[in-house]
Design a protein around this ligand. Sequence first.
Ligand code: FMN
Length: 378
Amino acid sequence: MTASFIATGSPHALNRGVSSDHELERRKDAHIDLCLNEDVGSPGLATGLGGYTFEYDALPELSLGDVDLSVTLAGKKLSAPIVIGAMTGGTERARELNRRLAKAAEAHGLGMALGSQRAMISKAELTRTFVVKDVAPDLPLLFANVGAVQLNYGVTAKDVERAAKDVGADVVNFHLNALQEAIQPEGDTNFTGLTNKLRDAIAALSVPAFAKEVGAGIGARAAKKLASLPLAGLETAGVGGTSWAKVESFRAPDESPQAEVGRRLAGFGIPTARSIAICRKALGPNRAVVASGGIRTGMDIAVALALGADVGALARPLLEAANQSEELLSRAIETLIYELKVICFCAGAKDIASLKATPLVAPGQPFALDPNPGRGTP
Ligand SMILES: Cc1cc2nc3c(=O)[nH]c(=O)nc-3n(C[C@H](O)[C@H](O)[C@H](O)COP(=O)(O)O)c2cc1C
């Protein structure tokens, strides 16, 4: 059994005031603590994925063992349509978590995403807290991660390229987090001119780029602007899972407008099911859509795929498991994979392409919904 990382400190008082390298590191640990110990789920609004299921096929004419979950994402083959979502890096504790997550992703043939690499861009000695390829050399797909808004705060395309290269990443994921930055006490809130800056940065990179939200979702207006960029894919990070307005409200001073507004706007954004459909429509059939934001079960992933996603990504649940032990993390992933396999088997889908083409039904209703929202041409 590996050691648990359960937090002991009070995250509320951490990391207020101006941004600095040291503060950035403290913020990363505060985020981990808050996500492990506080109620940071988005209130009220759910992902919307629970509104769908598959028609059960009592006679599937398949053998469970023959069900093939493999998919290709960003040119890399994954054993199942699952990515460990972008979370962390920048501290020793984050390093250990990243290494646990990477080993599990490698063992199960999944993709893995690193958290924001801004810390290592401004402080090279923190690179080691993001490096995972030494413990997981056969990790099939690794996402680098940088905040898009940092392009307005001195980070250059060269910095991003180096950040990706230094960890051996296959793809760069630019995160978009306007709501989070607005609630964050030391947030970077100048998002002007970013579409063009992103366009230039993506063009200068030697690896493909994705863009993602962090829990407020990508709606139609953002999807249209993003689709005009040479991105290889989008990750929804929609409403229904971890709320970053809520996480940051815990870090804001108690009586501050940020703390109150973060609580009020904790569910502001685009629910994941809707965001999947929007991103698929905007990107057309040939670019990737990663479903994330409140993905918790194999059924969530299966429904997300039938709504138009290529894979599902989970963040906080896998952080919780990794924080407990490598064994728990492995079991959580095995359970997801087995659930997905059983769903395919019982929906009569021999592989992921067949599952994506299987009609969805509303729970409790025997008839297929027509059409599957988000599927098809833009
Ligand atoms: C502890 C933690 C740290 C995160 N840090 C980042 C980050 O640095 N960059 C990023 O793009 N997303 C980050 N996220 C957001 C996740 O990638 C994801 O979009 C969001 O949490 C919604 O997924 P979930 O409901 O499965 O947690 C973080 C999530 C968690 C739980």
